[in-house]
Every structure is written in C-alpha cells, then in structure tokens.
Design a protein around this ligand. Structure first.
Ligand SMILES: Cc1cc2nc3c(=O)[nH]c(=O)nc-3n(C[C@H](O)[C@H](O)[C@H](O)COP(=O)(O)OP(=O)(O)OC[C@H]3O[C@@H](n4cnc5c(N)ncnc54)[C@H](O)[C@@H]3O)c2cc1C
Ligand code: SF4
Length: 474
C-alpha cells in the first residue's frame, strides 16, 4: 500500500475534459491525460484492500492495488509490467472502458472510487511513449499455423497471445483496416486511431501477419482456411444491427447507427466527406445507450441543427445504493450528452413520417413501466426529423456470407456462435470462437478477456499444454 492515509488526504480528481466549445469543432479525443504527479496523488488513495473488490468488476484479473502502489512509489516501469501482464491493450481500455472496476472499488462505499481507469491509461501511455513496450517475438516457433478471423479487440488479443506462444498467426479482416469496432465503431473523439496503428506495428514485429480486405466465407471459404491452418479462431464480432421494421422504415433519411458512424470514422482517416451527414439537419437518435450517445456526439460535430435522443426505457434514478460491488443502474451523462442535445425517455416509436420519400419525423407514444411490463399511454408524441438514426443494439454475428455454401458454424438461440468458456471450441474440430461473436455485443474489456482465454485454449489444443496466462471466471 502506497500511502496508508492517502484516501483521507485526497479526494478523487479527474483531469478536465477539453472545453465543450473547443472539442465539438473537431474529432480529437475529448479526455485529457492524467498528469504524472496527479496520477501519483490519485494512486495514493488506494487502500490495498485485503479483498480488493475492484477485481470483481474486471474479468482480466488486473492487479489493480499493485499498480496503484507502484505508481505512488514512482516506479512506473514496474507498474507497466504489472499492467501489461494481464491486459494486451490497456491504452485502449484506459480510454474506452466504462470501468466496472471503479463501481466495485471499496472506497465507493463511503467516499468516491479510486480513479483506476485513468491511472491505467496514464501507465499505458507513458510505457508506450517511453519505449518500454517492445515487441516480444517468440523464442522458438512451433510450426503450427493459426488463422484468426476478425481484427477487433478479441481477434487482436488472441493473435498476439498465440504469436507469442510461437505459432504462425495470420489475421484475416474483411474491412480495409485493422481494429474492428475500435476502428470503425468507436468515434475518434473517444479514441484516436493511431492507438490501434501502434499496436499493429508491434504485432507485425512479433511475427503476426495481417490480411485486410479478405472476407472469410466470400473471398476465402472457411473450409479452405481450415485446410490451410491447424486452428481457426472466429472473432467476427456481433455486428448485425437490430432494425425497426415499422411503417416508413424505407424512407430516405432513416439509417442504422453504424451506417452513420462508420463513414465519419473513415472521413477522419481519409479527409473525404462523411455521408450520410447531419449538417443543418434535425436529428433523432433512437436508443439511449452508448452507440446512441456516439451518434449524438458525431451529429453535433457535423453541425446538426438539433439532436434528440429517445429511449424506450424509463429514466434511471440518481442512486442505486444496493448495487455495490456490481454496476449501478443510475442516470449517467456521457461526454457527448454533455455537449448538447435533448434526451427523452419512455417513448415508443410507432411509425416514421415522410414526404416525397424523405423522412420528416416520427410518430410515437409515451409508455409507462409497471413491474417490468410496458404499457402504452394515450399520449401521442410527434418529433420532427430530417435524419433518424437507429441505435437499437446488435443481434449477433453476421454469418450471412460465412455459412453460405460452406460448413455451418452452430449458433445458439440468440444467434451467437456456440463455444464454452473453457475450450472455446465450436463443434467443428479446430474451429474456435471468442469475443462478441460468442458472448453477444459487449465491451472491449470482455473482448480482450475472450481473446486471451481462447488463445490459451487453442495453444492447449495444438500443443497439449500452454504457458499462456488466463484469468478464469469465478
Ligand atoms: C458504436 C459503438 C461504440 C462502442 N463503444 C464502446 C466503448 O466505449 N467501450 C467499450 O468497452 N465497448 C464499446 N463498444 C463495444 C465494443 O466495441 C465491442 O464489444 C468490441 O469491439 C467487440 O470486439 P470483437 O473483437 O469481439 O468484435 P469486433 O470489434 O466487432 O470485430 C469483429 C471484426 O471481425 C470482422 N469480420 C466479421 N466477419 C468477418 C469475416 N467473415 N471475414 C473477415 N472478417 C470478418 C469485422 O469486420 C470486424 O472487424 C462499442 C460498440 C459500438 C458499436
Ligand atoms: S477496491 Fe479500491 S481501494 Fe481497494 S484495492 Fe481496489 S482500487 Fe484500491
């Protein structure tokens, strides 16, 4: 424990976000770095609890009290070693993770939690900038070939672990760039893409090969991939969006969220205009979650005339005292929601309104919730809109091409690939599944966990044993 009285002397303090007026003019990251001195002060608040409940919130088995201690002692390199031992990409989780570890922190009970996520980000950024994170090519090769399909956080974590175990790993990605939703889902204002590029360079130096623009199932069959490799890892994400097939869905100006977010991420990368674009339009976002919030922040930056985000569920309360150490269901305001827009709850959209084939608004009713049951009220709500974005979640992996004319990969009732959390193997011999494709749409931290666990399982399958670390669930 760094400083026994640290939590009594210091309050939780986060570095300020960039001012709203400034940040909505660009797509650069909103959050600023936790400076070294402040990180030490914040780390001094950690009580090194006998039972560190912060661990209960994070699947990766991050040794949080250890790195807090090292940071307080100004031993940043030791902190980085402890951090990288359990997480392949802490500079990514240090930016985009909602930090369930902080919800579990014991200080949350009487005070406010340790700023675990920002300390994690500060350690990772410093380690990468100081050149402490060198490529770690394997000492010996096994002669085994592994194909990883999909280059999101699950595929990247699996590929890095398997490459370090000495296997010849190739990552196949249907998009033109590596990263999955890190690249084309999460907006730059939450995470700039140079963060991914730096890791790709490191992984190439470790011996991992990347093949972009190859869709397995279309450009290369799964059967061929199995013939050419000793194992195949499907880390294809859960990118099939939930739609809203109601009257007017076909109108021009009604889009799935990803059809709006992806072009903007591409525009930041290549400088070409993003289409569809919210400039000058009245935008309505259906869905009050994180994807909806990312649409809101993007629409504001594009110069929308107005943005309204509507949600079917009721507005959460300000407190959930019984939740600790679990994730509390409380009212939150994201950095994008801080920037503007109107939020409305308990609204059910019945149909989209249009004129000459273009959307002009939506026709909805207010609902009430009793014992978890939705009841429609008589109150009608009409919201005018020129652009409607559907951010209603995702229903599973996109297997439309992967299974066509090819071997079928078994799926569960929700459409996810079936594999358990011990062997990660599907019912096809040597074909493994991990990440959102296996567990359903989730979080980056879970995708990294899935990739690491699956890599261990693949290594055992290929070699009979594995020294790759795991973090099994309780
Ligand atoms: C808009 C948005 C914002 C988000 N924000 C956050 C956030 O702030 N924090 C957080 O923790 N989580 C966030 N998430 C969730 C997070 O991004 C995902 O849980 C995570 O990326 C899943 O990782 P994955 O590797 O399993 O899949 P993905 O990241 O979806 O990657 C799958 C990859 O597989 C590729 N692929 C699919 N099929 C094939 C094929 N047949 N052949 C070749 N390649 C294929 C896809 O092109 C894709 O690149 C967000 C999600 C969205 C949609
Ligand atoms: S629960 Fe909080 S105070 Fe306790 S060890 Fe974890 S981070 Fe430190």
């Amino acid at each position: 424990m760094g400083k026994p009285t640290g939590f009594l002397e210091r309050d939780r303090a986060l570095p300020p976000r960039r001012p709203v007026d400034e940040r909505v003019q660009d797509f650069r990251e909103v959050e600023t770095r936790l400076p070294v001195e402040n990180a030490r002060e914040q780390a001094s608040r950690c009580m090194a609890c006998g039972v560190p409940f912060c661990h209960s919130g994070c699947p990766l088995g991050n040794v949080i009290p250890e790195w807090n201690h090292e940071v307080y002692q100004d031993e940043w390199r030791a902190a980085a070693e402890a951090l990288f031992a359990t997480n392949n990409f802490p500079e990514i989780t240090g930016r985009v993770c909602p930090a369930p570890c902080e919800a579990g922190c014991v200080l949350q009970l009487e005070n406010s939690p340790v700023t675990i996520k920002r300390i994690e980000g500060a350690i990772a950024d410093r380690a990468l900038e100081e050149g402490w994170v060198e490529p770690r090519p394997p000492k010996a090769l096994t002669g085994k070939r592994v194909a990883v399909v999909g280059s999101g956080p699950a595929g990247l974590a699996a590929a890095q672990q398997l490459g370090r175990a000495g296997h010849e790993v190739t990552v196949f990605e249907r998009d033109d760039c590596i990263g999955g939703l890190l690249r084309y889902g999460i907006p730059d204002f939450k995470m700039e893409k140079s963060i991914i590029d730096r890791r790709v360079v490191q992984m190439e130096a470790e011996g991992v090969s990347f093949r972009t623009g190859v869709e397995v199932g279309a450009d290369l069959s799964l059967s061929a991939l199995r013939d050419q490799h000793d194992a195949v890892v499907l880390a294809i994400g859960a990118t099939k969006a939930r739609d809203l097939p109601i009257e007017g869905r076909e109108l021009e100006g009604v889009h799935l969220a990803m059809d709006f977010l992806v072009p903007q991420n591409r525009a930041v990368a290549d400088g070409l205009p993003a289409l569809p674009n919210a400039q000058g339009l009245r935008v309505v976002v259906l869905g009050g979650g994180d994807t909806g919030s990312d649409c809101l922040g993007t629409a504001i930056r594009q110069g929308a005339a107005s943005v309204t985000q509507i949600e079917l569920m009721p507005q959460p309360g300000g407190d959930d005292p019984d939740a600790w150490p679990e994730w509390p269901m409380v009212f939150r305001t994201s950095s994008s929601q801080e920037e503007g827009g109107d939020r409305q709850w308990s609204i059910l959209t019945k149909r989209f309104l249009g004129d000459e084939g273009r959307v002009t608004g939506l026709d909805a009713v207010r609902v009430t919730w009793e014992d978890g049951q939705l009841r429609e009220s008589e109150e009608r709500v009409v919201i005018e809109a020129d652009l409607v974005l559907l951010a209603l979640g995702f229903v599973g992996p996109d297997l439309s091409r992967l299974t066509e004319g090819d071997v079928e990969v078994p799926r569960d009732g929700r459409g996810n690939l079936v594999a358990d959390t011990e062997r990660f193997q599907t019912s096809l011999e040597g074909v493994f599944a991990c990440g959102d494709a296996r567990r359903g749409q989730s979080l980056v931290v879970w995708a990294i966990w899935e990739g690491r666990q699956a890599a261990h399982a693949v290594d055992v399958f290929l070699m009979g044993e594995s020294v790759l670390p795991t973090s099994p669930l309780d």
